[in-house]
Design a protein around this ligand. Sequence first.
Ligand SMILES: Cc1cc2nc3c(=O)[nH]c(=O)nc-3n(C[C@H](O)[C@H](O)[C@H](O)COP(=O)(O)OP(=O)(O)OC[C@H]3O[C@@H](n4cnc5c(N)ncnc54)[C@H](O)[C@@H]3O)c2cc1C
Ligand code: SF4
Length: 483
Amino acid sequence: MPLKTAQEYEESLRKLNLAVYMFGKRVENVVDHPIIRPSMAAVAQTYELAHRPEHEDIMTATSHLTGEKINRFTHVHQNVTDLVKKSKMGRLLGRETGCCFQRCVGMDSLNALSIVTYDTDQAYGTQYYPRFLKYLEYVQENDLTCDGAMTDPKGDRGLPPHKQADPDLYLRVAETREDGIIVRGAKAHQTGAVNSHEIIVMPTIAMREADKHYAVSFALPSDAEGIIYIMGRQSCDTRKLEEGLMDRGNILFGGHEALVVFDNVFVPWERVFMCGEYEFAGKLVEKFAAYHRQSYACKVGVGDVLIGAAQTAAEYNNVAGASHIKDKVIEMNHLNETLYCGCIACASEGHKEPSGTYAVNTLLANVHKQNVTRFPYEIARIAQDVAGGLMVTMPSESDLNAPETGRWLKKYFAGRSDTPAEHRMRILRLIENITLGTAAVGYLTESMHGAGSPQAQRIMISRLANMREKQKAARHLCGIDPE
Ligand SMILES: Cc1cc2nc3c(=O)[nH]c(=O)nc-3n(C[C@H](O)[C@H](O)[C@H](O)COP(=O)(O)OP(=O)(O)OC[C@H]3O[C@@H](n4cnc5c(N)ncnc54)[C@H](O)[C@@H]3O)c2cc1C
Ligand code: SF4
């Protein structure tokens, strides 16, 4: 059965030979590195929950290729119910991990490619779709985690790829050979890159003929020769190197991002899904972006954790009954559930593409993501209000444990008399983690820029909102167009 356990997932990562760098040095043991390991543990939850009977319906699906039970993260959506379950899976995992669990980018890449490779074949008589299906079957059979690599470094944002001072600022085909292509360039901000078995590359913008060599999509094993990972920093990341767990806030899980460099990497033809068909670059970006904007159901799950933490902090201070605190908790829930409405709505209004894959409603996915660029910031602001200032002025776990200082912290950081100071400190550290620490990367800044900065959604909303229909309705009702 192609369903890995969390343990098997971890073991499979140990077999990879990734070229990973952090703090200027090569990381020899990626899986056990203290800064990386919590992010691996978060991805492992996507495997673990698939084996739990209570989550089976959400976490697994039936492959349309083999009829076998597979992890939903490797599934190509076959109906609207699949899309809705995907949104529910995002919330579930966000709540379980309290951070970015990383595996959605790969799922969204697979689904976008299942639409665009088919459409390209219809237009040009190419054979990308059968090639892609073979690859998909391999991913499903081995229950692989894929990194979805779209964002190029982009250099001068005012210039197209072929006009950049350095031609590698967008990833491109550097050489075409009989057996495949050589690619050069980089992908920035790659979520979960070093926890992935595969890396799926796609173009990052719509392109014209002059950018033909940049219109390229392919998949490679993450340890293919010439791929280099340079780990991104996260605020408070080195707390994971300290003794003790409490100051991390989230003591179990985390996320990561990396710059991925492709230093003249060979891709065999059987793993190339676009090569020069520049007219389809924009469609691939649009389809991936819509799916990934839906994927921000994860923020609702992390929001659940943050709201739960704020309520707990209020109870520890014995202010939870105050009317303004109750109202602030209602406001947080209102914002969070509004986000949930968006990701369920774009799934429920999904449709079938010519390849048979179900796509989300693009307008509603963009409206949802636009809300995601704002509401988590507001929820975080209210959580910090409710938490109080100790969240950012609190001494360390070591001070709590040291006899000389610990007795003062226990005495003066007590809240309600039945609550140990340590519990109060732990819940405040969690709020700090999500709103200012390592998890804020995913909960806040990724909410802003991930799957495209806010302006990208506004452009889509202006393009897709049917203004003529709205004007027609208005003109009819006031008698300008009686018919
Ligand atoms: C935590 C995190 C995780 C991510 N994970 C992934 C991932 O797994 N895979 C992936 O492919 N990508 C990922 N991304 C990348 C994400 O899609 C990009 O951050 C996003 O597309 C914005 O690009 P940028 O960061 O280069 O910002 P910039 O392009 O530098 O944008 C900065 C500002 O400039 C504006 N701007 C940019 N270009 C123009 C222009 N031409 N005209 C006018 N205004 C412009 C933008 O609207 C924005 O306001 C991730 C990002 C983050 C923050
Ligand atoms: S930010 Fe959310 S949608 Fe994106 S990869 Fe992380 S968990 Fe998935």
